[in-house]
Write a protein that binds this ligand. Sequence first.
Ligand SMILES: NC(=O)c1ccc[n+]([C@@H]2O[C@H](COP(=O)([O-])OP(=O)(O)OC[C@H]3O[C@@H](n4cnc5c(N)ncnc54)[C@H](O)[C@@H]3O)[C@@H](O)[C@H]2O)c1
Length: 244
Amino acid sequence: MGRLEGRRAVVTGAASGIGRASAELFASEGARVLAVDRPGADLAFDNPAIVTLAQDISEDAAPGAIVAKAVDAFGGLDIVYNNAGVSGSAPVGETSDEAFDRQIAINLRAAFRLSREAAPHLVRSGVGRLIFTASIMARHTDNGLVAYSASKAGVVGMMRTFALELGRHGVTANAILPGAIATGMTAASFQHDEIAALWAKKAALKRLGQPLDIARAALFLASDDGGFVTGQALGVDGGLMLRV
Ligand SMILES: NC(=O)c1ccc[n+]([C@@H]2O[C@H](COP(=O)([O-])OP(=O)(O)OC[C@H]3O[C@@H](n4cnc5c(N)ncnc54)[C@H](O)[C@@H]3O)[C@@H](O)[C@H]2O)c1
């Protein structure tokens, strides 16, 4: 028996990296999963328990379309994993309104709107779970990350409010704070051995994270194992934050 037997999940940003690993792990543990990513992204999966939706999550109609598709396909919704995200790097003085707004729109606003839309279904579920992928940059920062850090810190603040308001209905809400993970987002940096080695060395565990490292944490939060955990920002970073 899988740890998510009978559960119905949405995972955003599911074409690549952490989202793909999570959609596949959730499905392998018995969940039916709606895998959402941008039009044109690779949404091919081997597991028939995964259905797909090509949808830009930042569009106005996205929350309605995503929740309707999940409810049509599965008859309800138990888990929403708000994982899709974008990054960008520019000094404060060179960060345009457009770049700032784009990161807030995708990383924060879209996650808020989808969670708000899904909330009544999570309440109905009885075992509702909201999960967000924030970042260690919600707590820390680096040069060039003004918009990214703002968006991820916002995710953590938002998550706590969902946790507080929905807790009485049995819904948990938590955020995962990944460290340096080898995914599509970081490929351009980590293809350089010296940059990959630098980030691996910063972590107590002396390696980069893999998408499955984060997916396993999401599985914990999504499953009954995480049933009394709510309002938490969980670092899954190999010990990177110990001395950032
Ligand atoms: N890789 C890391 O080191 C790291 C560290 C901390 C946090 N994160 C966070 O992890 C999450 C997943 O990123 P990843 O590292 O797996 O990168 P990734 O680029 O491999 O995956 C991100 C996915 O999100 C999708 N996406 C982006 N904008 C979208 C939109 N508007 N609509 C629908 N889908 C959209 C992309 O198409 C992509 O498939 C992000 O929120 C990211 O900020 C990553």
